[in-house]
Design a binder for this molecule. Structure first.
Ligand SMILES: Cc1cc2nc3c(=O)[nH]c(=O)nc-3n(C[C@H](O)[C@H](O)[C@H](O)COP(=O)(O)O)c2cc1C
Length: 377
């Protein structure tokens, strides 16, 4: 892949083509498929990688609600290299979550290449590299967003990964490390030259963490500089916002993170179905999510992991606050499930239907999986 400076990617052309110039209001078809380095992505909606959130249950649900591509959370290359059992747990792929990207982070080219081979062997469709994590624990090791300060090294890392696997390689990055940085515009084309088949831009600085707003004018500039698909990440919370970001940036897809936490209906709304879920639907999806998470993480890990999801699912005015507080206090997942089903008795029938539709799931149990509590990008 080569970078170029013309700004004529097919998506940019499409965005610019509107005769009256009101590209912000252009209706973009989110159901259009696109290609990420030869992997067909069936919609222009991507579910964001989120540490401590993007378990299999979250990814599989995302696929059911319209995401064309789902991503694992960031996986430590050092952990893969040392055969850390916990880290290897992140590489488990369920048969019904494809296409799936597994994201790795590290700072040593050779170790990155080896980790990418492990990702390929695990059955992922795309290897994603994290150049976005702003957390000091990661940046101080020379990984995550700090790589953006050294474009030569960033290119070496991408080249090592692209040279190690047949899978397409994508990179997810911030705008730069410092506030106001435009480094993504110089680093991005270098990464494409080094072999990246797609770029995701979260146009906040690492210093900003999650404050302020994502400046998607940078996404538009990046689209004009590279001839690979660009995925726009940051503050996409509704169909209107998704349409506007796609139309004004020429990005191939939008990525949705926080809006989808405990709220797959946000993905459904973005894809064009604005029906609000009934209480029964919410409870059925939550209980399904709980059961899948227990199967994936084991009862012990799942108990703590799920607590934040109760508030996420039951918020949005769906259930009163005291009810959420009551659930968080219950000592076992079984008790939470009973309480939820008592609050919305019709949910059981929906749940059974959902489980029937899903069929048997791949059996995995990862009781030792570490649950990160920080945001990785
Ligand atoms: C809890 C949390 C964990 C995250 N973990 C990761 C991660 O592991 N890898 C990554 O590239 N980005 C990570 N991110 C960043 C998101 O992928 C996304 O770029 C960011 O949240 C902006 O999108 P949003 O406004 O749709 O949430 C994380 C974000 C949050 C909130």
């Amino acid at each position: 892949m080569t970078a170029r400076t013309g700004g004529h990617s097919s998506f940019a052309r499409q965005a610019a083509a509107r005769p009256d110039g009101t590209i912000g209001q252009m209706q973009v078809n989110l159901e259009e498929s696109w290609s990420l380095g030869g992997v067909e992505i069936p919609s222009r909606l991507v579910l964001a990688p989120m540490a401590g959130v993007s378990v299999q249950a979250f990814r599989r649900q995302g696929r059911r609600y319209g995401a064309g591509l789902v991503c694992s959370e960031m996986v430590s290359v050092a952990g893969i290299q040392h055969g850390n059992e916990r880290t290897l747990g992140y590489l488990r792929v369920a048969s019904d979550e494809h296409p799936l990207a597994i994201q790795i982070f590290g700072s040593d080219p050779r170790a990155m290449g080896e980790a990418a081979r492990a990702v390929e062997a695990a059955g992922a469709d795309v290897v994603d590299i994290n150049f976005g994590c702003p957390v000091r624990k990661v940046t101080k090791t020379g990984a995550g967003a700090s790589v953006l300060d050294d474009p030569d090294h960033a290119a070496r890392l991408v080249s090592a990964v692209a040279g190690a696997v047949d899978l397409p390689v994508s990179v997810k990055m911030r705008r730069g490390t410092a506030d106001g940085s435009r480094d993504c515009l110089t680093v991005g084309p270098r990464l494409v030259e080094a072999g990246a088949a797609a770029l995701t831009l979260h146009p906040r600085s690492a210093k900003q963490m999650y404050t302020g707003f994502a400046d998607h004018s940078l996404t538009a500039e990046l689209v004009s500089l590279v001839d690979v698909p660009v995925i726009a990440s940051g503050d996409v919370t509704s169909r209107a916002r998704a349409q506007a970001v796609l139309a004004t940036t020429g990005a191939a897809a939008v990525m949705v993170g926080r809006a989808a936490q405990g709220n797959p209906w946000a993905l459904r709304e973005i894809m064009g179905d604005s029906c609000q879920p009934s209480r029964e639907e919410v409870v059925a999806e939550l209980v399904l999510f709980m059961r899948e998470t227990v199967r994936e993480l084991g009862e012990h890990r799942a108990t703590g992991f799920l607590k934040k999801f109760y508030a996420w699912y039951l918020g949005h005015g769906r259930f009163p606050k005291p009810f959420k507080q009551e659930l968080v206090m219950l000592p076992t997942i079984e008790q939470v499930e009973l309480r939820l089903l008592a609050a919305a008795p019709g949910a059981l029938r929906l749940l059974e239907r959902l489980e029937d539709d899903l069929g048997p799931v791949d059996e995995v149990l990862l009781d030792s999986l570490p649950i990160s509590i920080y945001g990785g990008g």
